[in-house]
Design a protein around this ligand. Structure first.
Ligand SMILES: Nc1ncnc2c1ncn2[C@@H]1O[C@H](COP(=O)(O)OP(=O)(O)OP(=O)(O)O)[C@@H](O)[C@H]1O
Length: 204
């Protein structure tokens, strides 16, 4: 269970700030709704540890995690810009999320291939990011995030700009992640994403 309690933040003293208060169970998805500039990315950055809150707490399974650095928090995130290592092929870029070294087991390679196929990228394992379109890179980055197997996924507009088929493939992957116990914090402008994936809503 993720618990965010009275988490307060403001960028500068003369701006109004935010106060976030919600909880999220394993296997559930909360949609973060709000107009552009309402603070969706700010919330995800606070959760991920890329911004420090002024006060309040973030806990995971009863343990405070708000003073941990990003890499020790139980989160994995894919933000609007999807960074891939340009000199590594698709399979290796994804595999880095599953294993810190570059040696992948047969099973891991099979999972990568299956996941690529489900987002319309069958056979792309050996391609370099530079040969991919923006939407294809986005899908590779998402698959990498999903296969990292952290308990909470932080997703900022993850499906923006994808065609219907890729979107459905990713919905399916995200539903499987939920079924396997992952919690998802989803910032998305798309009402279809929210309808398919979200169990609760946080309106900013
Ligand atoms: N580093 C910063 N310093 C000061 N203000 C900032 C900073 N980053 C964001 N803001 C402001 O905080 C507000 C919330 O920004 P945020 O990026 O969280 O919104 P958002 O809901 O994610 O928007 P969008 O849907 O356009 O991505 C905006 O008014 C933005 O200008």
């Amino acid at each position: 269970m993720l618990e965010v309690r009275q988490l307060e933040f403001r960028y500068t003293g003369d701006q109004p700030g935010w106060r976030f208060d919600f909880s999220l169970a394993r296997g559930a998805c909360i949609a973060i709704n709000g107009a552009s500039g309402s603070g969706k990315s700010t919330l995800l950055n606070l959760l991920g540890g890329f911004l420090a809150a002024d006060s309040g707490t973030i806990s995971w399974d009863g343990q405070r995690i708000d003073s941990l650095p990003p890499w020790h928090r139980p989160f994995t995130s894919v933000f609007q810009e999807h960074n891939l290592f340009e000199h590594l092929d698709v399979q290796t870029n994804i595999g880095l999320g599953m294993h810190p070294g570059l040696r992948l087991t047969k099973d891991q390679k099979a999972r990568i291939s299956d996941s690529l196929a489900s987002v319309g990228l069958a056979g792309y394992e050996r391609r370099l990011p530079g040969d991919l379109s923006g939407g294809q890179r986005q899908r590779v980055a998402l698959v990498r995030t999903l296969l990292r197997s952290q308990p909470v996924l932080l997703l900022d507009e993850p499906l923006t700009g994808l065609d219907d088929q890729a979107r459905q493939g990713l919905h399916q992957l995200l539903l499987e992640q939920k079924a396997s116990g992952s919690a998802i914090v989803l910032a998305s402008h798309d009402s279809q994403d929210r309808e398919v994936l979200a169990d609760s809503q946080l309106n900013l």
